[in-house]
Design a protein around this ligand. Structure first.
Ligand code: ADP
Ligand code: TRP
Length: 322
């Protein structure tokens, strides 16, 4: 059976862009192979978060993922840092990676272009990511387009190791989700926490959720005027939650006029509430039982770690450490 592995950074409160762009894919893939999913908390350290913030985000991501449908019976769900062997592998792989190779990484170049002063962790981020993938002998890695180059680097590193020290690692395949649309945020740009335009998957109260939906930016067309559904974020978001018949009905109303943005936002809000209703219920149960979430992560870490230790035994022998 194929081993499918993915990781997500605990970089903020999960929003509906994350859900449709990344989390849903992990949830849907659960029946297709032997699934590994981890919270990439070591990677998050590259941005030097406050310890209490990092701790809270890790837990939030774990709870939200479980609420949205990660099934610990099907998926080995764990925290990256519960398997410290990946750091040992990172160190070993570092010695096969040239500086020029890392300097070519888009994610690194982008951050430099935005004026960040990079630390060594950010620079060697792709090596840690390669270790994540290789240590579990993963066959398939579902990622967004932005991670394509990291996957190519992982393959290069694995090939180099195998050529230097003998066959050790499975060469992983990428699974790029080209079909996932870019989810627009409150202001119509790509939804992203860096743009401060996100709609969270879960809110503290229904009132807070409704307020967010009502603040989606639209043009200033009056109530009676016909409107363009395709250029409107409210309509684009509605498509994620409504049935095809409901979507057609809203399209017709937009084009016909006498349909205000306030009404469209209310319909969107209701569709969103319905869509996440079962997940919200599950989340309430999880929040009432924090020990359960910790026990899931612990059991996941034990399974993952056993695999990692096995790989590291071979790696240590191959490079001459054992
Ligand atoms: P953010 O942009 O809020 O910082 P991340 O970069 O942490 O989000 O993204 C985590 C995952 O969610 C990535 O796989 C990314 O492709 C996906 N994702 C984030 N925002 C969107 C969006 N607006 N539309 C589609 N996918 C998204
Ligand atoms: N770099 C990925 C991201 O920012 C997260 C990640 C870390 C990852 N390690 C991984 C994804 C291993 C897939 C496999 O989205």
């Amino acid at each position: 059976m194929k081993r499918i592995l993915s990781g997500i950074q605990p970089s903020g409160i999960p929003h509906i862009g994350n859900y449709f762009g990344a989390m849903k894919q992990c949830i849907d893939l659960q029946n297709e192979g032997e699934d590994y999913l981890f919270i990439a908390d070591y990677h998050s350290l590259t941005t030097n978060p406050k310890p209490e913030d990092l701790r809270a985000r890790i837990l939030r991501l774990a709870v939200d993922f479980l609420a949205c449908g990660i099934d610990p019976e099907k998926t080995v769900f764990f925290r990256q840092s519960d398997v410290p062997e990946v750091c040992e592998l990172t160190w070993i792989l570092n010695n096969l990676v040239g500086l020029g190779f890392l300097e070519r990484a888009h994610s690194y170049k982008d951050k430099i272009a935005k004026g960040f002063t990079p630390n060594n962790g950010l620079f060697s981020y792709p090596v840690l990511m390669a270790s994540d993938i290789l240590i579990y002998q993963s066959n398939l890695v579902p990622v967004g387009k932005d991670q394509k180059q990291h996957l190519e680097m992982t393959r290069d590193i694995a090939i180099k190791f195998n050529q230097t020290y003998g066959e050790t690692f499975v060469i992983p395949e990428e699974k790029i989700s080209e079909t996932v649309a870019v989810i627009p945020g409150l202001d119509g740009q790509k939804m992203s926490k860096s743009y401060n335009n996100t709609i969270e998957i879960f809110f503290e109260t229904e009132k807070a959720a409704r307020k967010k939906f009502m603040s989606i930016k639209t043009d200033s067309k009056g109530m009676e005027e016909p409107k363009d559904p395709e250029s409107c974020s409210v309509f684009q978001l509605y498509k994620l939650f409504a049935t095809p018949a409901q979507v057609e009905e809203m399209r017709r109303r937009y084009l016909a006029g006498n349909y205000g943005y306030g009404q469209a936002k209310q319909a969107l809000f209701e569709a969103y509430m319905d869509f996440f209703a079962p997940m919200r219920k599950r989340r309430e149960e999880l929040l009432a039982d924090p020990g359960y979430v910790q026990s899931v992560l612990k059991a996941g870490a034990e399974k993952a770690r056993a695999e990692a230790v096995k790989t590291m035994k071979t790696v240590r022998e191959r490079v001459g450490l054992a």
